[in-house]
Design a protein around this ligand. Structure first.
Ligand SMILES: [Fe+2]
Length: 287
């Protein structure tokens, strides 16, 4: 793993080649906003009106009350910081919007996304959030400062509205006090930190960026983050595992297997090495 490059702001880029993306951002664990890879977001199929008339059969139960998609959209449109819509309203693209599967590319830079390879055991791939749509409204915020589960990278494309992302580099982990069990979540409320309880949080330095429609944010594995929403909002998110975070991903799978099947977990260590080599070889043929 290359040492992490210190950055003070998130670059906005266009015209990146796959290799530039990998060598500049993925390998250096640097987040980036790509501005020219999501023209599909301007399709009329992603307007609230189209979604309401074609997908109103989708239902979500929140706090014991069931809502149709139209009701969720209206709640998000009416959301205010004082009276926020529930968040996140997550829909699985493959399950809930099968007609959209072909409209949305698997990933912005995706030829090396091992989660979609037939070489990866389905049981591992299924543990990630593969393709999701998030609805939200003004004042909504992801409630917990966290690292995405299993050490995946994430690519988030804004379809409607604007969303702030607040990110912290992985080397700042001690400032967030994750515990042994919830290693990817911080107990610190970053909007109102309790410095008596979490004094090291005073040292934390956030980098923020606002994602606009048609833009994609790449969050590398291990970056702490949370979000804040300014208006009616729809975001597409996809998890990403490639050569850079393969070992982290498989080590996380190993740790959870060790808890449930301590006698069999060693198989995953072997799988990590053998399949890591197989993926590297396959990907070297593509470059
Ligand atoms: Fe996340």
């Amino acid at each position: 793993m290359d040492p992490q490059k210190k950055i003070s702001k998130i670059e906005r880029c266009s015209g990146l080649s796959e290799n530039e993306f990998y060598n500049t951002y993925v390998k250096n664990s640097v987040p980036v906003v790509v501005t020219d890879k999501a023209e599909w977001t301007s399709s009329e199929k992603f307007t609230p009106e189209f979604l309401k008339s074609n997908y109103n059969h989708l239902e979500r139960t929140i706090d014991g009350k069931t809502y149709t998609l139209s009701e969720i959209i209206d709640l998000c449109k009416a959301s205010t910081p004082e009276n926020r819509a529930p968040y996140p309203n997550i829909y699985d693209l493959n399950r809930d919007f099968p007609d959209y599967v072909k409209d949305i590319p698997l990933i912005v830079y995706g030829k090396s996304n091992r989660l979609f390879s037939r070489l990866l055991l389905n049981t591992f791939a299924k543990r990630t959030n593969q393709r999701q749509l998030f609805f939200g409204g003004k004042g909504c915020s992801f409630p917990i400062l966290h690292i995405d589960y299993l050490g995946v990278h994430t690519q988030l494309t804004q379809i409607i509205g604007e969303k702030d992302f607040i990110l912290y580099s992985p080397d700042q982990t001690p400032y967030f006090y994750p515990d042994e069990v919830l290693r990817n979540q911080s107990p610190v409320n970053i909007n109102d930190p309790d410095y008596d309880k979490f004094p090291l949080f005073k040292n934390a330095e956030a980098i923020t960026t606002t994602l606009k429609p048609g833009e994609t944010l790449f969050i590398p594995s291990g970056w702490w983050h949370t979000t804040y929403i300014h208006n009616f909002n729809l975001t597409y998110a996809i998890d990403h595992v490639n050569a850079y975070n393969w070992n982290t991903f498989m080590d996380e799978i190993y740790l959870s297997a060790k808890q449930n099947h301590p006698n069999l977990a060693w198989i995953i260590k072997g799988y990590k090495v053998i399949m890591g080599r197989a993926f590297n070889f396959k990907e070297s043929l593509l470059n």
